[in-house]
Design a protein around this ligand. Structure first.
Ligand code: PLP
Length: 368
């Protein structure tokens, strides 16, 4: 039997009835935007993350754009890792800022505080710490750096719902924390959705205006805004899925442990967890000197894999063609990583025997 890289239907199987009831509830109520489901989700998610507020939005990309705008970053530079998901640098551009690419850390694969420090200048308005693959970035060092240099710290929690670093939850440290609920995320909607969490009252108010036409109240607009509302259906689905997060995160960790054991001793680099951190394994990513051959070998056995991410920010044609300005640090590790990373199947609902099968195939590849 083939082993898919991801299977959202399998992930949802145990929640199907509750999701149907959520749909029925919204349909029967006849209230589809900015209603009781959205309000309840915002409260429940803020409580779960541990922040004072949550502003629900249309996507994780919008969450980054509106966070940058709410913190007054437009026109300035924003330091972010070169090794991250493509929407991160598009969000920086869409917010009217210049991306400044910094290096990642060898252990966590998240933004290196030392590299970020080198790239901060008078023009810097914010640093975006992306919690990549579910491993939290070095929250203490980045918070300290941003405070000392007088720039905003934004957390990108799109891949790290529930991760912990040094006893503090991802999403609770930065001025604002951006979340994506894209269907494959650890907390996924059945379509596009996102949110920003934070604790400063002014940011809460600014974000609520920005997400709906810049309105201070109905039909009165005070700032340029957008339409980035989360709809009631997605909020209702997310409320149901949030109830299962502890269980699904535990399942992700259990599957990762089986991979760690099954791949031990092989010539691949498996994920490491920095001291004091709790990884939530949005992705299980190994590094191999023979990545493309290995991916082809696994594909021939019906095993799906992914590459997150094969082209780093500063190597995207958008930047190399000179179409938009950017700055970059020395990015040797980022470039090596892009050529080596391979994401293996890991999702709630994946059988432990299937993980064993993937490990066996990787072992056989190296023996062959
Ligand atoms: C790290 C990171 N940031 C931001 C985003 C953007 O989220 P969305 O797809 O909901 O716009 C994603 C999702 O791909 C992501 O992985």
């Amino acid at each position: 039997m083939p082993i898919p890289f991801n299977d959202i239907k399998a992930q949802l199987a145990s929640q199907e009835q509750a999701l149907r009831e959520a749909f029925e509830r919204v349909l029967a109520r006849g209230w589809y935007l900015m209603g009781p489901e959205t309000e309840a989700f915002e409260q429940e998610f803020a409580a779960w993350v541990g922040t004072r507020f949550c502003v629900s939005l249309n996507s994780g990309t919008d969450a980054l754009i509106l966070a940058l705008k709410a913190l007054g970053c437009e026109g300035g530079e924003v330091v972010l890792p070169a090794f991250t998901a493509l929407p991160c640098y598009h969000a920086v551009l869409a917010a009217g800022c210049i991306p400044v690419f910094a290096e990642v850390d060898e252990q966590s694969y998240c933004l290196s505080p030392q590299s970020a420090a080198r790239m901060i200048t008078e023009q810097t308005r914010a640093v975006i710490g992306v919690h990549l693959y579910g491993h939290p970035c070095d929250l203490d060092s980045l918070e300290d750096l941003c405070r000392k240099r007088g720039v905003a710290f934004i957390e990108d929690c799109a891949q790290a719902h529930g991760a912990v670093a040094g006893g503090r939850g991802a999403g609770t440290v930065g001025e604002l924390a951006a979340y994506s609920f894209y269907p494959t995320k650890n907390l996924g909607a059945l379509g596009d959705a996102g949110a920003i969490c934070g604790s400063h009252v002014e940011a809460d108010q600014a974000l609520r205006r920005l997400r709906q036409y810049g309105e201070s109240k109905r039909y009165e607009c005070v700032i340029p805004g957008v339409n980035s509302r989360m709809d009631e259906l997605q909020a209702a689905f997310l409320r149901e899925r949030l109830k299962h997060m502890d269980r699904t995160t535990a399942e992700r960790r259990m599957l990762a442990e089986i991979y760690d054991e099954g791949l031990a001793g092989l010539p691949v680099i498996t994920p490491t967890v920095a001291e004091g951190c709790e990884h939530v394994y949005h992705l299980y990513v190994i590094r191999s000197q023979r990545r493309d051959e290995l991916a082809a070998f696994l594909a021939a056995r019906g095993i799906g894999t992914g590459q997150h991410y094969p082209i780093p920010g500063h190597k995207q044609a958008l930047f190399t063609d000179g179409k938009v300005p950017f700055r970059a640090d020395e990015l040797g590790l980022t470039e090596r990583m892009a050529a080596q990373i391979l994401s293996l199947p890991l999702f709630p609902g994946l059988e432990t025997e299937q993980v064993d099968e993937v490990c066996t195939a990787i072992r056989e590849f190296h023996q062959g």
